[in-house]
Design a protein around this ligand. Structure first.
Ligand code: AKB
Length: 319
């Protein structure tokens, strides 16, 4: 039986991954590691919670010992746009944090999942059907930490036998906790704006394609990869995974099928636009499909239907 620590449990992914892991592995066996962000109340009510600053190794060790942790989901990171506003902090949290997690995992024999991102690619990468193994020269500090994190995680596996595994997440669309400061956030914000105001001002060009994924598929990817028989894995850090690729005018057209008078306007944010243009339009995720049966369930029409349904309910309920 696994004993799991989720670091960054109050963030966009953590606030949904933690309850999912508790459902699968038992509520008392999954510790929510939180830092500055206040988590949803359910996280406190459904299992153990510990305050952990991942950049301080001394805060990690007692938690690992107390709960006999054997698996860590390390989600602490600054996303691409906030990372550009504060590159040193992005490095400190992304790299010092990861090094601490890998070091304690070496000592206490923990398996480690640390998400990478489409941000690990750059303009010199082939941006259509981006291969699993290709050029990785990102232009953001976020991307630099992700590439370095992939290499460091592979190093700890090969050198010390730490069971490290990871995926390169695309933009994650979700409706529990908002993403904090990424380039792909528009694909979440557009749904809230559509329901509340029937109009959205988009920071990206109408034809900027990016890979995306709905949260249920993102959770499945993490758990499925951590569960797979390691003898099947030719790669580890990190697998390309995608569920759909679209541009702002496509998502707007899909929303209009449900809200016919929805309007989209464009006010391009030069920082977000230049980051988005350096990321893949569409990744090739065939290695994930072959090595651990990756098979996402949600495409753009399904995500749109579900997001609008959930957000309408939230707005009606006064959230
Ligand atoms: C971001 O936009 O920074 C993130 C990501 C794709 O890693 N959502």
């Amino acid at each position: 039986m696994k004993n799991i620590l989720v670091i960054g449990a109050a963030g966009q992914i953590g606030s949904e991954l933690t309850p999912e892991l508790r459902k699968r592995y038992g509520h008392t066996r999954v510790v929510a590691g939180i830092h500055k962000t206040i988590p949803p109340r359910e996280l406190f009510e459904s299992g153990p919670v510990e305050i952990i600053d991942v950049t301080d190794k001394e805060q990690l060790v007692p938690v690992i010992r107390k709960y006999k942790i054997d698996t860590i989901y390390n989600l602490a990171a600054l996303l691409s746009v906030v990372g550009e506003a504060n590159p040193l902090e992005a490095w400190r949290v992304g790299m010092n944090g990861l090094l601490n997690v890998l070091e304690v995992s070496r000592e206490y024999r923990c398996a480690v999942f640390t998400p990478s991102s489409i941000g690990a690619f750059g303009l010199s990468t082939p941006l259509d059907n981006t291969p699993q193994d290709t050029i990785q020269r990102p232009q953001t500090m976020y991307g630099i930490t992700k590439v370095a994190g992939e290499l460091l995680s592979d190093y700890y596996f090969k050198r010390f036998g730490v069971d490290t595994r990871s995926v390169r997440y695309p933009g994650i669309i979700s409706n529990v906790t908002p993403p904090g400061g990424g380039t792909t956030d528009y694909a979440v914000e557009i749904f809230y704006a559509a329901v509340k105001e029937k109009r959205f001002t988009c920071p990206l060009h109408p034809k900027t394609y990016l890979d995306m994924m709905y949260m249920p598929d993102a959770l499945e990817a993490a758990v499925q990869l951590m569960e797979v028989d390691p003898s099947r894995l030719k790669h580890r850090n990190a697998f390309n995974v995608t569920a759909m690729s679209f541009c702002p005018e496509m998502i707007a057209a899909e929303i209009r099928r449900h809200i016919p008078d929805f309007e989209i306007h464009y006010q391009i944010d030069p920082i977000k636009q230049s980051i988005a243009e350096s990321w893949p339009n569409k990744m090739d995720d065939s290695c994930a499909r072959e090595e651990w049966d990756w098979d996402p369930k949600y495409d753009l029409p399904k995500v749109t239907e579900d997001m609008l349904r959930v957000i309408k309910k939230k707005v009606k309920g006064g959230e």
